[in-house]
Design a binder for this molecule. Structure first.
Ligand SMILES: [Ca+2]
Ligand SMILES: [Ca+2]
Ligand SMILES: [Ca+2]
Ligand SMILES: [Ca+2]
Length: 285
């Protein structure tokens, strides 16, 4: 899921590099991409503007969801050709950096890299540098913000892995362009499933009555003195929205309930989604 400030940073980066595409959309600029053509290059990279293929789904923390051909679990990425023509990925680059965008090159001798219209291709990360191997030669982090770049500028894919659980993937819905969001079930090699609807809550409302008052303060006080608040959305307790639930949230709530006191960060006073990514789970009431 992309938030506004990160999206602006991404856009700034893209403009700085002379192209104007948004996250996960195919390029429409004059940037030709590709490595310098060498005489007799047996595996030339396609022109960026001509490769109409999307990075369509990614799972970075694959502990038990999708085994590779050897029964092992590695991060994976799905590519998608929306059609109407077949597309050849052989020779294209794939990278986890805008600056270092030639990190791995699709080999050319695999028929799988020729994507027919509407076809998906799933590749696992964690290759060993063998050019005869159809594995991506690096491993992504399982947390933090990620950007993937296909063929230098054919497609960009941004997501925050902190918003994903183990064995959960991110991608656009429906397939193709659009922002990557946490998906309800992984669909390697097939159309993406619907996203998980975001949980809405009121920050500081611990008794679920859509109000923040002394009753909630009593519950939060109890939370730090042996009576934990049971909730599927611990973001309710992160009163100061700094990404962790600590005793400082209690002092913040005390000061927020005073006349002309501190302002509780959104979502407050109405229900909404947490606007700031963090490692706190919020999967239900
Ligand atoms: Ca899929
Ligand atoms: Ca309440
Ligand atoms: Ca906090
Ligand atoms: Ca937050």
């Amino acid at each position: 899921m992309i938030n506004a400030s990160k999206f602006l940073i991404l856009l700034t980066l893209l403009f700085a590099l002379g192209c104007n595409n948004s996250s996960s959309s195919n390029v429409t600029t004059g940037d030709t991409g590709g490595k310098p053509p060498g005489p007799g290059d047996p595996c030339p990279s396609p022109l960026a503007v001509e490769l109409q293929v999307y990075i369509n789904e990614v799972m970075v923390d694959n502990t038990s969801a999708v085994p590779n051909g050897s029964g092992e679990f590695y991060p994976w990425v799905e590519f998608y050709n929306p059609g109407p023509e077949s597309m050849e990925l052989g020779g294209a680059f794939f990278a986890d950096s805008i600056a270092d965008n030639q990190r791995w090159q699709f080999p050319c001798q695999f028929p799988e890299t020729n994507l027919q219209a509407g076809e998906f291709l799933v590749l696992f990360f964690g290759g060993d540098g063998n050019p005869d191997d159809l594995h991506i030669d690096f491993l992504p982090e399982i947390s933090g913000e990620h950007i993937y770049v296909l063929n230098q500028s054919s497609d960009f894919f941004y997501f925050n892995a902190d918003l994903l659980d183990q064995n959960q993937s991110a991608g656009p819905f429906p397939d193709g362009g659009g922002d990557a969001v946490p998906l309800s079930v992984p669909t390697p090699g097939g159309p993406n499933a619907e996203p998980i609807p975001p949980v809405v809550f009121v920050r500081g409302d611990l008794d679920l009555d859509l109000d923040v008052d002394e009753d909630d303060l009593a519950l939060l006080t109890g939370h730090f003195s042996g009576s934990p608040v049971i909730t599927l959305c611990a973001d309710r307790l992160d009163i100061n929205d700094n990404g962790e639930v600590t005793i400082s949230d209690l002092s913040y709530l005390i000061q927020a309930l005073e006349p002309n006191g501190l302002v509780i960060p959104e979502p407050f006073p109405s229900e909404g989604v947490d606007p700031t990514p963090d490692n706190i789970d919020c999967e239900g009431p």
